[in-house]
Design a protein around this ligand. Structure first.
Ligand code: SF4
Ligand code: SF4
Length: 554
């Protein structure tokens, strides 16, 4: 195996024996083969598009396939085998449509030689492992080509996850699926470096559009997030803990638990569900329990009740645990030996009755902390406060905004972000989104004239809100360039959705981003050089030097 898609990859080079995340070699190989099969679909997808065929169903399937390979999303080898087999079926169906349309247009059969990913087939799972060994990341020998291809595919995985969430709420855009096809198909061709860089930039544009679509989907369905105090203690009823990003699952779980005597708590990236008006009407929506994803081995123990994982991040369950029989997966996530809640059928709802019945037999959650945290500062809410914010900037009460969006993770060096939050001057405001916030959202950092010093916009996809806020400030201050705003970017990354967010920021022309705790291993020295020259991206340094530089606008 060889995998270097996340921040904690071995020696910041690549996992080769087993993932630092725990991913076994066989799972890594199956994921490689799934990506290869999706590239094969994309070869036909791109060609079909040229003939005016846009197949939404296949587009969504490719997006979901990419999504399953995100770090800590799915560990179930059987699921990957099934997805690979389904990918071959989808490829054949699209091929048929293309061949017919081609013949109609050209009056002859299509006879071009295609890339192996569009041809290779087996329905024998034993052969999958063997084939996987020759189609993974290292099959691209040139280090820079490999780096650009993987940067594109890794960014696409984030885009795909966001596209899937939007699709579940009924919001889809052909252009997003078309680009996923174009980008995946590009990795089967010998392109110039300039063309590959252009595709990476286009991925940034598509990432902005996809996050905007998801924002539209979420706010249309559940209203605009609003300032909210979230209880982080526990109640007296048994509870269900819901984690991940899927708000549709959240809605259906709240609806089905109504009047059952079971409370609902969020965990990890689901915390921002507390900010949506549509969910506030449920009295049994108690609050948030615990912290970022990597604390789950401990926090799922003490929660005592069932846990529903709607997306990443689910991490390996330790041998000595008490929660394997009360954790459930759904959607694109999965774990061997863990019960999976099936997808909705024909516009119906998922059936969470098994989880609810289980909850009734469980003890109430053990209290691990008490108090409240404040969030809900997505674009609509911040823009409603725009006058106050602008006055505070004009009067000098707010000197600088520091965007510390992104991910949390288990590496010790991430204490950097807590320290930056603690040591930033009191006239700065931290804008955040994603699970990075858990590094500082429970500190008492105070407020500036009633504006909290940590403004949490929501999940990592809500980084889009931070972009909208920045563009609004640019307009209010009548600036030509987003980089003239008093905003610094000190981004933490862990997995592939954060890469999609990063590409979005680059596409919008944001310069001088600090990225940590380490630069991605999939960036070759030459690709890093391009990013440094073009965008002044830099690794994080020490807390003190970075704060000093950011306050000086560097
Ligand atoms: S996802 Fe990250 S930790 Fe897991 S195998 Fe890949 S690079 Fe390694
Ligand atoms: S914030 Fe980062 S680690 Fe957390 S779910 Fe989003 S991408 Fe993953």
């Amino acid at each position: 195996m060889f995998c270097f898609q996340c921040q904690e990859t071995a020696k910041n080079t690549g996992c080769t024996v087993k993932g630092v995340c725990g991913k076994p070699e066989e799972t890594a190989n199956l994921q490689d083969l799934l990506i290869y099969a999706l590239r094969g679909i994309a070869v036909y997808g791109e060609k079909a598009k040229e003939l005016g065929i846009h197949d939404k169903e296949t587009g969504l399937f490719v997006a979901q396939g990419l999504f399953t390979t995100i770090t800590n999303a799915n560990w179930d080898n059987d699921r990957f085998v099934a997805l690979i087999k389904e990918a071959f079926k989808q490829r054949d169906a699209l091929k048929e449509k293309f061949l017919v349309a081609y013949k109609e247009k050209n009056g002859k059969d299509f006879d071009e030689k295609l890339h192996d990913s569009a041809i290779w087939f087996s329905d024998n799972a034993d052969e999958f492992n063997e084939k996987a060994k020759s189609v993974g990341v290292l099959s691209t020998e040139n280090e820079d080509v490999r780096s650009l291809r993987e940067l594109l595919i890794i960014g696409l995985k984030g885009v795909a996850a966001y596209a899937d969430h939007a699709a579940l709420l009924g919001f889809e855009k052909e252009a997003i699926y078309d680009f996923i096809m174009e980008a995946l198909a590009s990795t089967t061709k010998d392109l110039s470096v300039d063309d590959m860089v252009a595709l990476v930039m286009k991925a940034g544009e598509v990432s902005v559009n996809t996050m905007a679509l998801l924002d539209q989907a979420n706010t249309t369905a559940y209203g605009n997030p609003e300032i909210t105090e979230v209880n982080i203690g526990v109640g007296k009823n048994p509870g269900i803990l819901i984690s991940g990003h899927d708000l549709k699952d959240m809605e259906e779980l709240l609806e089905q638990t109504k009047g059952t005597g079971v409370d609902v708590y969020t965990h990890g990236e689901m915390l921002p569900a507390n900010y949506y008006p549509a969910f506030k009407k449920y009295d049994h929506f108690f609050g948030n329990y615990g912290n970022a994803w990597y604390h789950q081995n401990k926090e799922f123990e003490s929660f005592n009740g069932p846990i529903l994982m709607t997306t990443n991040c689910i991490i390996p369950i330790k041998k000595n645990n008490t929660y394997q029989d009360r954790i459930f997966t759904t959607g694109m996530t999965g774990y061997p030996g863990v019960k999976h809640i099936s997808d909705r059928l024909d516009g119906g709802s998922k059936d969470f009755s098994g989880i609810i019945e289980k909850a009734k037999t469980c003890n109430t959650p053990t209290e691990i902390e008490t108090g409240k945290i404040v969030g809900g500062f997505a674009h609509n809410q911040v823009i409603a406060l725009a006058d106050k914010v602008v006055d505070a900037v004009k009067s000098g009460a707010i000197k600088r905004f520091v965007v510390m969006a992104g991910c949390d993770g288990r590496q010790k060096s991430r204490s950097y972000y807590t320290e930056v939050a603690e040591k930033l001057p009191r006239d700065t405001v931290i804008l955040t989104a994603g699970c990075a916030k858990y590094r500082y959202n429970k500190l008492d950092l105070g407020d500036i004239g009633g504006i909290p010093r940590v403004l949490d916009a929501g999940q990592c996809n809500d980084s889009y809100s931070l972009v909208v806020i920045a563009l609004k400030l640019k307009e209010v201050f009548e600036l030509d360039n987003i980089n003239d705003l008093p905003i610094s970017y000190d981004i933490a990354w862990y997995e592939q959705k954060a890469v999609a967010v990063l590409l979005a920021l680059l596409f919008l022309g944001v310069k001088g981003i600090r990225l940590g705790p380490t630069l991605p291993a999939f960036l070759s020295p030459n690709v890093v050089k391009v990013l440094v020259d073009k965008f002044d991206i830099k690794p994080i340094g020490t807390v003190e030097t970075d704060i000093e530089a950011m306050m000086a606008g560097k």
